[in-house]
Design a protein around this ligand. Structure first.
Ligand SMILES: N[C@@H](CCC(=O)N[C@@H](CS)C(=O)NCC(=O)O)C(=O)O
Length: 259
C-alpha cells in the first residue's frame, strides 16, 4: 500500500444494473478497495442533471472520482485502477498474456454501444426518451441524441438479426479463447475477464442465447463463484428471473418515453 493510500478519497458513481458500472465494481472488489458509492438512479434520470454532467460530461455511469480527479469510461477506469492500486494485480505476469489482455480491453471499450445497446434496442428492451430528455440530449449529450436519431431512422438498434449476428461472432471469439485457456488472457484471471463478464451476463439475461457456448457458461459460473463477485456485485443484484426482467423492461418501454 502506498503511504498516502489511507488519506486518499475514492468515490464511485454507479448503478448496480449497469454492465459498465459492474466492471468497475468487480475490479474494486478484487482489489479490496471500498470506495464511497453514490447510486445514480438511471430510471429517475439522475444522470441527466447538471450536477452529474460536471462529473461525467457524457451523462453515463460509471464515473470514478479519485482525489477530486474524475475518470470516466469503464475500461479506462479499469486501467486507471490497475495503475494506481497495483498491490492486487489484475494483469497477467507474462508479457504475451498482458498484451492479449490489452486487446480484449480495447474491444470491450467499443462493445457497449456496438453490441450491447444495439441488441437491447433491437430486442425491444431499451428505454425511449421523453421529449424533455430528448431536448437535454440535443443540448448536452450529442452522442445519445445521435443514437436515437439513427434508431428512429432504422439505422441503429432496429435489426435484431443483424444485432444477433454481431453477438454470435463476438461470443464465438470468446468461446474459442476459453476453449484454449482458463481465462480470456490466458492462465490468469485479469481485467479482460472483468471487462467482458458483465456484457456476457447481461446479454444472456436479456435474451441472447448462450447455450451454444459451453465454455462461456462455465466461465460465467466461475466468475460468479469468486468472493469479489459475491461481495462486489451480488448483494445489489435484483433477484428477478430473466423472463420477468424482460417483461419489466418491455413494460417500461411501453409506458416510458416515445421519442
Ligand atoms: N462507454 C461507456 C458507456 C457507459 C454507459 O453507456 N452507461 C450506461 C449504463 S450501462 C448509462 O449510464 N446510460 C445512461 C442513460 O441510460 O441515460 C463506459 O464504458 O463507461
Amino acid at each position: 500500500m502506498r503511504p498516502d493510500v489511507m488519506t486518499e478519497t475514492l468515490t464511485l458513481y454507479y448503478h448496480p444494473y449497469s454492465n459498465c458500472a459492474q466492471r468497475v465494481m468487480l475490479a474494486l472488489a478484487e482489489k479490496g478497495l471500498t470506495p464511497q458509492k453514490i447510486k445514480i438512479n438511471l430510471m429517475a434520470n439522475e444522470q441527466l442533471s447538471d450536477h452529474y454532467r460536471a462529473i461525467n460530461p457524457k451523462c453515463e455511469v460509471p464515473a470514478l472520482v479519485h482525489n477530486n480527479h474524475s475518470i470516466t469510461e469503464s475500461c479506462t477506469i479499469l486501467s486507471y485502477l490497475e495503475q494506481q492500486f497495483p498491490k492486487v494485480s489484475l494483469t497477467p505476469q507474462q508479457p504475451e498474456q498482458a498484451q492479449l489482455m490489452t486487446r480484449w480491453l480495447e474491444k470491450a471499450a467499443q462493445s457497449h454501444e456496438h453490441q450491447v445497446v444495439n441488441f437491447v434496442y433491437a430486442n425491444g428492451l431499451g428505454r425511449l426518451p421523453t421529449p424533455e430528455q430528448w431536448r437535454y440530449y440535443e443540448q448536452h449529450v450529442p452522442h445519445r441524441a445521435e443514437f436515437h436519431r439513427k434508431r428512429r431512422l432504422g439505422k441503429a438498434g432496429s435489426d435484431l438479426q443483424q444485432a444477433k449476428s454481431v453477438l454470435d461472432a463476438q461470443f464465438e471469439e470468446i468461446e474459442c479463447q476459453l476453449s484454449k485457456t482458463a481465462w480470456l488472457a490466458g492462465s490468469e484471471y485479469s481485467l479482460a475477464d472483468i471487462a467482458w463478464y458483465p456484457n456476457a451476463k447481461l446479454l444472456s439475461r436479456l435474451g441472447y442465447d448462450v447455450h451454444p457456448f459451453p465454455y462461456v457458461r462455465q466461465w460465467l459460473r466461475r466468475i460468479e463463484a469468486r468472493p469479489a463477485y459475491q461481495a462486489g456485485i451480488k448483494p445489489e443484484m435484483m433477484p428477478l428471473p430473466n423472463w420477468l426482467l424482460r417483461v419489466a423492461l418491455r413494460l417500461i418501454r411501453r409506458v416510458g418515453g416515445r421519442f
